[in-house]
Design a protein around this ligand. Structure first.
Ligand code: MG
Length: 252
């Protein structure tokens, strides 16, 4: 907690042009600067969407679905997209509709080249400056998350990774796993902030009382920054965190 920061923040009416609604949304009972828990999505949030790890993951999903169902790659790809839209993830659709077990699928699709993710000293120093607990909440797996944060050089900043296995394979944006995470980690949503690249995944967080930050990426699913449940928008996470701390941090 950073006493006084919410008050101090009102003196900085232009924190950054990448911050949405900063002044109008600051509240004395739960301003972003006062958050004591930061929940970060993993893919396309902690690393730039340009790394495009999902391209290889998606190809491997198609391969797995094709083999599992005994259908062509084209048919498998159509199923994959349909399940993503309807069930939140391809995995969830395959489990619901075909009784597929999750573990072989998850191991296979995350067996990718993590080379495109480069170390980010800027992000590491931003996380170092950020007060409070930092958690990762991903629709992927702990193993996948650890590969990514090892590459980024930010492993040391996180003490919890809440993954799709911990969420009992119910993906974001279903509300149940958010509540499960809050309960398991004893999080007070009023003092928590969630950072995500997919607008729809921020809706349950906002409904539960969290502050929300949308990290922009170049994928079409990221539209939605104008939604009421998006409180802040960042073009570049590390830069945005540094700017926020410059204006609101303990050394401001
Ligand atoms: Mg993401």
């Amino acid at each position: 907690m950073l006493p006084g920061l919410a008050v101090a923040s009102f003196r900085h009416h232009s924190l950054c042009n990448m911050v949405k609604h900063l002044d109008t949304h600051l509240r004395s009972d739960g301003a972003l600067a006062d958050a004591d828990t930061w929940i970060f999505d993993l893919d396309n949030t902690l690393y730039p969407s340009q790394c495009d790890l999902f391209a290889e993951i998606s190809q491997r999903m198609t391969h797995f679905v094709s083999e599992f169902l005994g259908v062509s790659r084209e048919h498998a790809y159509a199923k994959q997209k349909s399940y993503f839209q309807t069930y939140g993830t391809t995995l969830n659709g395959m489990m619901q509709c075909h009784g597929m077990g999750p573990h072989d699928f998850l191991d296979f699709v995350h067996d990718i080249d993590y080379g495109p993710v480069e170390p980010s000293l800027q992000l590491s120093t931003a996380l170092e400056r950020l007060p409070g607990r930092k958690l990762i909440y991903t629709n992927g797996t702990v193993k996948h998350a650890e590969q990514v944060i090892d590459r980024l050089g930010i492993h040391q900043h996180f003490d919890v990774i809440f993954d799709i296995v911990a969420a009992e394979f119910v993906p974001k944006p279903n509300k149940a796993p958010y509540e499960q995470l809050i309960d398991k980690e004893d999080i007070d949503p009023k003092w928590a902030a969630m950072v995500e690249d997919m607008s729809k995944n921020l809706a349950p967080a906002a409904a539960l009382g969290m502050r929300t930050v949308l990290v922009q990426s170049h994928f079409e699913w990221d539209i939605g920054g104008d939604a009421d449940h998006v409180h802040h928008v960042a073009e570049d996470l590390a830069h945005w965190l540094h700017r926020a701390m410059d204006h609101h941090g303990p050394d401001a």
